[in-house]
Design a protein around this ligand. Structure first.
Ligand code: ADP
Ligand code: ZN
Length: 291
C-alpha cells in the first residue's frame, strides 16, 4: 500500500511516497513560496500516484483541534503568505483522501517512535535544534497536542553567566530558541555554527541551555528517552556535554534506570534525517486506520 508524506517547512517542502513499512520509494524537495505557487505543485505531485492516504507534518503554529472551524490551518505564522491558511482543506479539495496532520516535530517524534531509536519505549520526546527549536512529544503511545501543541522551543532559561548575547527570539530575551538555535549561534559568535567546531566555549554555552531545557522536559513529561536532532546536533561533541550537564542539574533527584544510563537516554536521531518524512508516512497510515 502506498502513502503520501509531506513535510511542510518554512523554507522547503519535502514530498515523498512511502509504503506501510516506512520505506521511502521516492522523494523530491521544492522551495516554499506562496500557497498559490506551491500548493498546485504539491497536488500535481501526489495526483495519479495511487496513495491511500496523505500525512502532513507542518511548520506552525497550526490548528490541530478537529472540533475547531480552523482545523488544518496554519495559523499565526510570521511567514505572512501562509498565515491563516487552510493547508489541509486546500489539499483535500483536490486530493479527497484521508489526511493526517500534525506538527513537523511531532512527525519526527512519531517517525523515531515507529521505526527509529525510540520504537521500544512508550514515551519519548524529539527535539530539533536547527533554524528554529521545536519539540515533538510522544506520550503513552500517542502524540501530545493539548490546548494548541507543545511550543517548548520557547521555554525560558537562566542565562549562562558568561553569555551577554541578547538572543534572536522576537518574543523572549531568554528562550531556548533565542539562545541556542543555529541562527543564535551564528549571531552570537559572528560565524556559522559549522565553522565553530573547535571553540569549546561555544559548545559549553550551547549545552548549558539545551540541558536546562531537557531538565524541564524530564521533570514535566517524564519521557523514557530523549532524541536530539536538527542541524546543530550534527556537532556530536554536544552529546557528552549535554548529558553531564543534565545529570548535574537534576542533582540526583530523579533516580530511574534510564537516567542512570545517560548514554542511552539522551541520543541522536537515528533515521538519517528521514525521521520527519517517515513520521508523515505513519501519520497517513494512522489516519487511514482511524477512518
Ligand atoms: P531547519 O531547521 O531549517 O529544518 P536544519 O535542522 O538543518 O534545518 O538546521 C539549520 C541550522 O543548523 C542552521 O542554522 C545551520 O547553521 C545549523 N547547522 C547545520 N549543519 C550544522 C552542523 N554540521 N554543525 C552545526 N550547525 C549546523
Ligand atoms: Zn522565544
Amino acid at each position: 500500500m502506498l502513502f503520501g508524506a509531506l513535510e511542510a517547512g518554512g523554507t522547503k517542502m519535502v514530498l515523498a511516497i512511502g509504503n506501510e513499512n516506512g520505506e521511502i520509494l521516492e522523494q523530491v524537495s521544492i522551495p516554499t513560496e506562496t500557497p498559490s505557487i506551491t500548493i498546485p505543485k504539491i497536488i500535481e505531485y501526489y495526483k495519479g500516484k495511487e496513495i491511500a492516504a496523505l500525512g502532513i507534518g507542518s511548520f506552525g503554529p497550526i490548528d490541530l483541534d478537529k472540533k475547531s472551524k480552523t482545523y488544518g490551518y496554519i495559523t499565526s505564522t510570521p511567514k505572512l503568505a501562509w498565515a491563516n491558511y487552510d493547508l489541509v482543506g486546500n489539499i483535500k479539495k483536490e486530493l479527497p483522501l484521508p489526511i493526517g496532520f500534525d506538527t513537523d516535530v511531532n512527525g519526527s517524534a512519531l517517525g523515531e517512535a515507529t521505526w527509529g531509536i525510540t520504537k521500544d519505549v512508550e514515551s519519548s520526546i524529539y527535539i530539533t535544534i536547527g533554524t528554529g527549536v521545536g519539540i515533538g512529544v510522544y506520550l503513552n503511545g500517542g502524540l501530545l497536542h493539548g490546548m494548541l501543541h507543545p511550543e517548548a522551543g520557547h521555554v525560558l532559561l537562566s542565562k549562562h553567566p558568561d553569555d551577554k548575547f541578547e538572543g534572536v527570539c522576537p518574543y523572549h530575551p531568554n528562550c531556548l530558541e533565542g539562545l541556542a538555535s543555529g541562527p543564535s549561534i551564528e549571531k552570537r559568535w559572528g560565524k556559522k555554527a559549522i565553522d565553530l567546531k573547535d571553540n569549546q566555549k561555544v559548545w559549553e554555552i550551547e549545552a548549558y541551555y539545551i540541558a536546562q531545557a531537557l531538565v524541564g522536559y524530564i521533570l514535566t513529561l517524564s519521557p523514557h528517552r530523549i532524541v536530539l536532532g536538527g542541524g546543530v546536533m550534527h556537532q556530536e561533541q554536544l552529546f557528552p556535554l549535554i548529558r553531564s550537564k543534565v545529570t548535574e542539574l537534576l542533582n540526583g533527584y530523579v533516580r530511574t534506570s534510564q537516567i542512570n544510563d545517560m548514554e542511552h537516554y539522551i541520543v541522536p536521531a537515528a533515521l538519517n534525517d528521514n525521521q520527519g518524512i517517515m513520521g508523515c508516512i505513519q501519520l497517513a497510515k494512522m489516519e487511514l486506520q482511524n477512518k
